[in-house]
Design a protein around this ligand. Structure first.
Ligand SMILES: *[C@@H]1O[C@H](CO)[C@@H](O)[C@H](O)[C@H]1NC(C)=O
Ligand SMILES: *[C@@H]1O[C@H](CO)[C@@H](O)[C@H](O)[C@H]1NC(C)=O
Ligand SMILES: *[C@@H]1O[C@H](CO)[C@@H](O)[C@H](O)[C@H]1NC(C)=O
Ligand SMILES: *[C@@H]1O[C@H](CO)[C@@H](O)[C@H](O)[C@H]1NC(C)=O
Ligand SMILES: *[C@@H]1O[C@H](CO)[C@@H](O)[C@H](O)[C@H]1NC(C)=O
Length: 518
């Protein structure tokens, strides 16, 4: 064993199987409707450090004690900080739902910290970044609104909600400028400052941020013109974006989302080449499998169309298979597309060559996965949230229950990467590090891997200077260190991005265990 602390901590986490305490009726509130979730949710007893809810709380505490300055996370960058904020608000939502009264002090402590990020965020800079960057900002403040709406209806919180709603709206408006139907029949470009590139992440974000605006924004009373809650333009944008995303041909033979499309021969608006999405970049990343999931869930909540949920479950099944997961007793040690040994990995994690961007991807995946598998609301259609039948809720929950063993396996692996300060690493499949060293996995042919290697010079618009790559690449992998070396110290090592990944997977585990019923 390369890294003995791994086995000890891993074994501790194996004790996660725990006792349950049945709580009274649990009422989940959204901004617009009460959601009575049946059967009754179970609240975990917080008796022992080996249980998953304290593990999640600890990941949150370490995120803040190690990486929070008082107004932001100085080691993060604009979009990674927006994701930290989203994941932490979601963790607070999870704590209020599942933590019971003993976690109230924890919730209050971190909620008041996160409020400071509203002023700590560098909005001017993000407004000038790419369309994906802008949409992480939409999502973070919607997540905060969900928390504040459910937590305490005070005048102070109403004031925050108003401000957060305005910022979400501003960033959604700015991002929507990237949607373009002339090229490729639809889809959002990553940016207009490079050759048009219609990538999965920007468009998945458009599905998720649009349906999020529809469901959770209370409207905007600050901006001009003012808008009311549940503006149908958001719903229409989400439907159109998913329609485009799911038919343009962005999935590979394993049913995973590849990265995106260029347009062959594009010169400029008057000479757009083929005008079609026909030059595909085959790069595979974990986060491209995640963001669409929360969008699909929101589309189901709004429309009640079952195919949205079914598409999500199909994607999740493809993802789990691509980690080499066969069953809880059998996993493939060979690289399977998105990991090995049943553990989700990006290729750069295995080869210690991740950029700061890519270090953030698994946290993105697990937080959107968690949103997808939230228990369905059951009851009559009320307001704008579709409330499915008990049978529909059971089918969805049954499928989500089927992911529990895989989530546990991943959470254990992640937990095992913590150093003695409690900071998570991003290379969760530590036992595979030696095999990966002699035979490192590779991105498929036809991949630029721009997320780790920087933007290729031929992505520049004709006549424009080559763009400066800002990926923050550290680590050249594959690295074959002595067996005693902790691979999570290689490359960029442990960072707030890898910590957010640990928090997100433990959040997925808490929900999977708490919502599991037969
Ligand atoms: C567009 O590109 C073509 C070359 O393919 C060039 O002849 C033309 O001048 C360009 N048009 C504009 C508006 O830049
Ligand atoms: C889409 O982008 C092209 C190329 O820049 C531009 O010519 C066209 O007007 C845009 N179409 C729409 C509908 O925005
Ligand atoms: C850039 O060049 C690579 C290598 O020749 C090629 O595979 C890729 O398609 C090109 N990308 C664009 C956008 O033209
Ligand atoms: C490292 O461990 C692997 C087995 O995990 C073994 O095959 C290899 O020989 C070891 N290398 C060294 C340098 O000890
Ligand atoms: C754990 O990792 C963090 C982040 O790299 C680092 O700041 C801290 O010093 C590490 N702890 C130990 C005991 O090495």
């Amino acid at each position: 064993m390369r890294f003995s602390i791994h086995s000890i901590l891993g074994a501790c986490l194996l004790l996660l199987q725990t006792t349950w305490a049945i709580s009274g009726r649990h009422v989940l509130k959204t901004s617009n409707a009460e959601r009575h979730v049946k059967p009754l949710l179970k609240v975990r007893q917080l008796g022992s450090a080996q249980q998953s809810l304290p593990v999640m709380v600890n990941a949150l505490e370490i995120m803040q004690s190690e990486f929070w300055s008082g107004s932001n996370w100085p080691l993060g960058i604009d979009w990674t900080e927006a994701v930290f904020n989203t994941i932490e608000w979601a963790a607070l939502n999870s704590l209020t739902r599942y933590g019971g009264p003993s976690t109230t002090a924890t919730v209050n402590k971190y909620y008041s910290q996160l409020l400071n990020f509203f002023d700590g965020e560098d909005v001017t800079t993000v407004m000038n970044e790419k369309y994906d960057d802008m949409q992480w900002v939409v999502l973070e403040w919607l997540e905060a609104i969900k928390f504040l709406s459910a937590y305490e209806n005070s005048p102070q919180n109403q004031k925050y909600i108003t401000q957060f709603a305005h910022r979400s709206r501003q960033f959604w408006d700015a991002a929507s400028q990237g949607w373009n139907t002339t090229l490729c029949g639809g889809g959002m470009v990553w940016t207009w400052t490079l050759l048009p590139y219609k990538n999965a992440i920007t468009n998945e974000l458009y599905v998720s941020s649009s349906i999020g605006m529809y469901l959770y924004s209370p409207g905007d009373s600050i901006g001009s013109p003012q808008i009311a809650a549940h503006d149908p333009k958001y719903l229409n944008a989400a439907i159109d974006a998913y329609q485009w995303l799911s038919t343009v041909g962005l999935t590979n033979s394993q049913g995973l989302y590849v990265d995106g499309f260029h347009i062959a021969g594009y010169q400029n608006a008057s000479d757009p080449g083929t005008g079609n999405c026909d030059q595909r970049d085959e790069s595979i990343y974990t986060y491209n499998q995640g963001v669409v999931l929360s969008g699909l869930r929101g589309l189901w909540d709004t429309t009640g169309e079952e195919f949205y949920l079914n598409d999500g479950h199909t994607l999740v099944s493809n993802v789990i298979a691509a980690t080499g997961w066969i069953s809880s007793t059998q996993q493939n040690p060979a690289w399977s597309g998105l990991g090995s040994n049943g553990i989700m990995q990006d290729i750069c994690e295995v080869t210690s060559s991740c950029s700061q961007d890519n270090q953030n991807f698994k946290g993105v995946f697990f937080s959107h996965f968690t949103a997808f598998c939230e228990p369905l609301a059951v009851g009559e259609k009320e307001g704008i949230i579709f409330k499915g039948t008990q049978a529909q809720a059971d089918v969805h929950q049954g499928k989500c229950n089927g992911y529990l063993a895989w989530i546990q396996h991943n959470a254990q692996a992640a937990y095992g990467t913590r150093n003695s300060t409690g900071v998570y690493g991003g290379n969760w499949d530590v036992p595979a590090a030696d095999a990966a060293c002699s035979s490192p996995p590779q991105q498929p042919a036809g991949s630029s891997d721009y997320r780790n290697k920087g933007i290729p010079s031929n992505w520049t618009l004709p006549g424009q200077p080559a763009s400066v790559s800002k990926v923050g690449l550290i680590g050249t992998g594959p690295i074959c260190p002595p067996n005693t070396t902790d691979p999570n110290t290689l490359g960029r090592g442990r960072t707030p991005e890898t910590q957010a990944g640990g928090l997100a997977v433990s959040m997925a585990l808490v929900q999977a265990e708490e919502s599991n019923y037969d």
